[in-house]
Design a protein around this ligand. Structure first.
Ligand code: GSH
Length: 226
């Protein structure tokens, strides 16, 4: 099969690429990464400047970065889901909010998770710290609360594009894992509503279920819910 997605079922950015594929019923092969596989590590070093996934391969074309993967799918493998809305103004909002969810929700969620890992360049290698740096954890959580408050205010005056768009693909995994790190508070009812709405979408349900066996590997500890 020419369309292949490399990633991991528990990875938030992999969900971001899987959601549009599932939403459009696109035929593809999922290539789950195997930690410790040297051939695979060589592949990621070659195709990505920071060895990150997801990576989409379509015949001779390789696309990296989840947002670009969604843009590529919208262009080359379109389906019923309006990944990039056709109205240019709505498309602009879609792209802007994709950046907001990636940079300020996903980014701060990943910041807290990263605090639990030994630096990947450390000679001791990858692995979990005995204790994460509490200042780093609190900084990430504070930034998440700031992002939640901003999103709540934005949602009071604006509407997101219809699902499943690029924003859906960014918002669903970022809010899912961020809520595990720092619960979306009761005084953000619109954002809590969006979180619930996203988790009920069939492509998102599929990602959540496929990731369920890996929950024990969430370094800060997965809550007993969702
Ligand atoms: N900016 C990248 C971020 C991707 C990313 O952070 N991927 C994580 C998994 S969710 C990863 O590859 N982690 C492994 C590593 O950094 O070695 C994107 O949008 O695709």
């Amino acid at each position: 099969m020419s369309l292949q997605l490399f990633g991991h079922p528990f990875s938030s950015y992999t969900w971001k690429a899987l959601i549009p594929l599932y939403a459009n019923g696109t035929d593809f092969e999922f290539r789950a990464i195997t930690p410790g596989d040297e051939e695979e590590a060589k592949f990621f070093r070659r195709v990505h400047p920071a060895n990150k996934f997801p990576v989409l391969v379509d015949g001779d074309t390789t696309i990296i970065e989840a947002t670009s993967i969604v843009e590529y799918l919208a262009l080359h493998h379109p389906g019923p889901a309006p990944l990039i809305p056709s109205d240019p103004e709505i498309a602009l909002t879609t792209r802007m909010m994709d950046r907001v969810f990636d940079n300020y929700v996903m980014g701060n969620m990943q910041r807290v998770v990263a605090a639990y890992f030994v630096d990947r360049d450390d000679p001791a290698g990858k692995g979990l710290r005995d204790q994460p740096d509490p200042a780093e954890v609190e900084a990430g959580k504070a930034r998440l609360r700031q992002a939640y408050a901003w999103l709540e205010s934005w949602l009071s005056e604006n509407e997101l594009p219809p699902h499943v768009s690029l924003v859906t693909c960014a918002a669903a995994p970022s809010l899912f894992y961020a809520d595990w790190i720092e619960r979306i508070p009761d005084d953000c009812p619109r954002l809590r509503g969006l979180h619930a709405e996203l988790l009920a979408l069939p492509p998102v349900v599929r990602c959540v279920e496929d990731a369920r066996p890996y929950r024990a590997y969430f370094p800060p500890g997965a809550p007993d819910r969702d």
